[in-house]
Ligand binder design. Structure first.
Ligand code: 26W
Length: 828
């Protein structure tokens, strides 16, 4: 079955057989030899570790063979630089990609081990905040499945995104001890290490050969150590690598200090080094601008670039001059943009390349993706901090800027404002380094993540760069992996699809179009609706277990899950719920459509308004769920700790997907794609990828509402007075008043006043302006819901027409337009 290498052959069928017998033997061997346990006394962690190592061996089988093939063929390789990877639980996904889920389920059953309990027990590597981090994980899955040689570089935070608990309706952040019992999916690489400099100063001198040289004399050195996680492609027998860096002390124990009784001094270096990769910054929009964040970013890019150069120069005949032929490096937003001056430093100072050669290699190798237009998310590093921590990079950035602005002035004589807009340095107030500008200048390609977003980048945030280099810009609409977000999270629906049209769709999602003829087939509709109802019942069981709230799976499940942010307008959803509650209380609704409103999502710990929105949702839920006048028709619940594992129970159970951001703010959105793939209908604005989902599924199968970007700008332009909206709409007024006067906060009218006041006085995200249109669209939802055959037909069409939103399509676009890389056959 496997390749001819005798060494491989002789251990394969013995060591990593995929049969039931081999899996059972290896599981028991690992329980015995790794966990030193026998079944009678083993606990769930022992069983989980034993099974994970059993599966890991079979992964490594593919990974080792791929690594050898990529090395021997010196294959052009994509390097994805991301500060975040939201991988999700690994066990189920790896079994599916190996195609041995059934065998393992059987093996566990025969050994009396509860496989589903192991899946539930598995800690999730939450090394990301939200969209950007999950996209990186979907991309790694698609790169491996498309057999594109790739390395994902990032940071192995000891503590990932906080675990969210809800206490009395408030978010409480708990540290994410995902490594408490070790991580069986990673391999520590004690010999793949790089010492990274921080602080200090530079010395410029002429060396003995009369060459101009610069040396950096750092104040502190930290050691970056690699941790490798194999990323297996789906049923292709090849695997890529995720290499995450950890900061450790160069010298973890100072004996001299210890001997003079300075015990803290003895470990000071250890502590100050390890803190660098201790924790993920939990903000997913506002840039923190903290020194620790800068050191995280620098450690990641410095270790990654030097590791790439080490791998490249291992191949005889290869030099730094063909580094950009070997590698295509994608910068996942500005967080890794320091890679640009770092590569220049390495090529100039360590390898003495002339500036122009170094710059050509750099710009040819890097490409940059922007994921947000929000001003507060744009990374600006105060120059004093930047110069103090990275003195050599500050010099290089100035030189890059000097040369760049010279070109700009040649191109636009006397266009001073344009020069100051394009400059890497923000001269206003405290001088700071514009990381987005650096990323644009140092990259040969720049892209947004949806058609609208890329268009807005060209019209606003990066307008001057678009005017200067239109050829650099392209759009790459996001995608999601159908392996995790259809096959793994919705096996019943996957089976129904395969039973009716074969499984080619698992390799090419556009095949789902073949479902269309079945959309009007009543027998198929019934099966489809039954699968959806079972998924809702499964989620209802989970909600009852976690929060005791009883949900009826026959009700419409209205799902709003994503990070909590005012631009995503969870509070607009609450205004609909309160209006619905009021009209029920006032008996205005005849034969209401029973609905469950489910929310999920974390708020950045310092984002108080977002945390108040979480409290509001829970307070409204409290009142509604216990009110007999309305709780026969509506229920509200907040699902704690929204993460990839929870999402896999939520997406398959959705009837309605809430994508209600104000037009122009959501760069793309990827939740909308996962929900539509699982048969949910979307109620959404003309923002981000919503437009492309609407165009694919058909506008009749999409509940569109609200202003588009131009209408938003027009209203802002002519002056937006939110109170005018309240004057015009009594239902809106009553809903706002009810919230403001403490109806949902036990009479404490002050609690939500900050929210209602900011809506009435500023409403920067146009909640009140889009309210009426939203309510109308929600009424259309109710109307359609009363016709279950019609609803199911549209649900089937949504799944059938979401092929475009596979991350395989997105990665093919990047390979073709930006990376110019092609698949390498490794063979099963
Ligand atoms: C510096 C703090 C910080 C951290 C993360 C600023 C910005 C970010 C990310 C760019 C925020 C993010 O996750 N953006 C989301 O990226 C997704 C993937 O492209 C898009 O689908 C979402 O629309 C976008 O909000």
């Amino acid at each position: 079955m496997l390749n001819t290498c005798p060494m491989v052959a002789e251990h394969t069928d013995v060591r990593t057989g995929l049969g039931l017998k081999e899996i059972k033997r290896d599981f028991l061997d690992n329980l015995f030899y790794l966990q030193a346990r026998f079944p009678e006394v083993a606990n769930i962690n022992d069983f989980y570790q034993a099974l994970s190592y059993t599966v890991r061996d079979r992964l490594l089988e593919h990974w080792v063979r791929s690594a050898r093939m990529f090395k021997n063929t010196a294959a052009r390789t994509v390097c994805y630089f991301s500060a975040e990877y939201m991988l999700g639980p690994q066990l189920g996904a790896n079994l599916m990609s190996l195609g041995i889920t059934a065998q393992v389920r059987q093996a566990m059953r025969e050994l009396g081990v509860d496989y589903d309990a192991l899946l539930e027990y598995e800690p999730e590597p939450g090394l990301g905040n939200g969209g950007l981090g999950r996209l990186a994980a979907c991309f790694m899955d698609s790169l491996a499945t498309l057999r594109i040689p790739a390395i994902g570089y990032g940071i192995r935070y000891e503590f990932g995104i906080f675990r969210q608990e809800i206490h009395e309706g408030w978010q409480v952040e708990c540290s994410d001890r995902w490594l408490a019992n070790g991580n069986p999916w990673e391999i520590r690489r004690p010999t793949i290490i790089f010492d990274v400099n921080f602080g200090g100063h530079t010395e410029h001198y002429t060396d003995d050969d009369g060459r101009y040289r610069v040396r950096w004399l750092p104040a502190q050195q930290v050691r970056g150590v690699a941790y490798d996680t194999p990323i297996l492609g789906y049923r292709v027998g090849s695997a890529n690598l995720l290499r995450l860096w950890v900061a450790e002390a160069v010298e973890s124990f100072d004996l001299a200090a210890f001997n003079i009784g300075d015990y803290y001094g003895a470990v000071a270096d250890k502590i100050s080094s390890e803190v660098i990769t201790k924790v993920l910054y939990p903000n997913d929009e506002p840039a923190a601008g903290k020194a620790l964040r800068l050191s995280q970013q620098y450690l990641m890019v410095s270790c990654s670039l030097r590791d790439m150069i080490r791998i490249h120069l291992q191949v005889p005949g290869k030099t730094l001059h063909d580094l950009d032929e070997k590698y295509a490096v994608q910068l996942n937003d500005t967080h890794p943009a320091l890679a640009i001056p770092e590569l220049m430093r390495i090529l100039l100072d360590d390898h003495l390349l002339p500036w122009d050669d170094a710059w050509e290699i750099t710009t040819k190798m890097f490409s940059f993706t922007n994921h947000t237009l929000l001003p507060e998310a744009q990374e600006l590093w105060p120059l004093p901090l930047f110069r103090k921590m990275l003195p050599r990079h500050a010099e290089l950035v100035f030189e890059i800027n000097y040369r760049f602005l010279n070109d700009v002035r040649l191109r636009y004589p006397s266009a001073h404002d344009r020069v100051s807009h394009l400059s890497l340095i923000d001269e206003y107030g405290e001088k700071s380094l514009r990381m987005a500008n650096l990323a644009c200048v140092g990259s040969h390609a720049i892209n947004g993540v949806s058609a609208l977003h890329t268009d807005l980048l060209k019209r606003s945030l990066l307008h001057d760069f678009y005017d200067l280099w239109p050829e650099k810009f392209s759009n790459k609409t996001n995608g999601v992996t159908p392996r995790r977000f259809l096959q793994l999270d919705n096996p019943a629906l996957s089976q129904l699809i395969t039973d009716n049209m074969g499984d080619e769709w698992t390799r090419n999602l556009d095949e789902l179009r073949k479902l269309e003829p079945l959309a009007t087939d009543s027998a198929f509709q019934q099966e489809w609706a039954a699968v959806k109802r079972n998924n809702k019942a499964r989620l209802a069981d989970r909600v009852r277990r976690d929060s005791g709230i009883i949900l009826d799976p026959d009700w419409l499940f209205d799902i709003h899950v994503k990070r909590i942010h005012e631009y995503k307008r969870q509070h607009l959803n609450v205004l609909h719920i309160v209006s619905r509650y009021l009209s029920l209380k006032q008996g205005k609704v005849t034969d209401p459509v029973p609905r469950v409103f489910l929310f999920g999502g974390k708020a950045a710990p310092g984002y108080h308004k977002a945390k108040l929105i979480i409290k509001l949702i829970n307070s409204v839920a409290e009142v509604i769920n216990r009110d007999p006048d309305v709780n026969q028709y509506m229920h509200v619940a907040y699902l704690p700790n929204f993460c990839v594992k929870e999402a896999q129970f939520i997406y398959p159970a959705a009837d309605l997907s809430e994508q209600i951001s104000v037009a122009g703010k959501e760069a793309s959105g990827t939740g909308i794609m996962k929900l539509a793939m699982n048969g949910a209908l979307t109620i959404g604005t003309r923002d981000g990828a919503n437009l492309e989902v609407r165009d694919e599924v058909g506008k009749d199968n999409f509940f569109q509402f609200g202003m588009d970007v131009d209408e938003v700008h027009a209203l802002l332009g002519k002056g937006y007075h939110p109170r005018d909206m309240v004057e015009l709409n009594s239902a809106l007024r009553s809903a706002l008043d009810l919230i403001a006067n403490g109806h949902f906060s036990g009479g404490n009218s002050g609690l939500f006043r900050p929210l209602t006041d900011s809506l009435l006085n500023h409403d920067s995200f146009m909640v009140l302006a889009d309210y009426a249109s939203y309510i109308e669209a929600q009424a259309d939802v109710d109307k359609l819901r009363r016709n279950s055959a019609e609803w199911t037909r549209k649900s089937i069409l949504n799944t059938a027409r979401t092929g475009k939103f596979s991350s395989d399509r997105t990665i093919r676009d990047y390979c073709q337009d930006i990376w110019q890389v092609s698949p390498v056959e490794v063979g099963i």
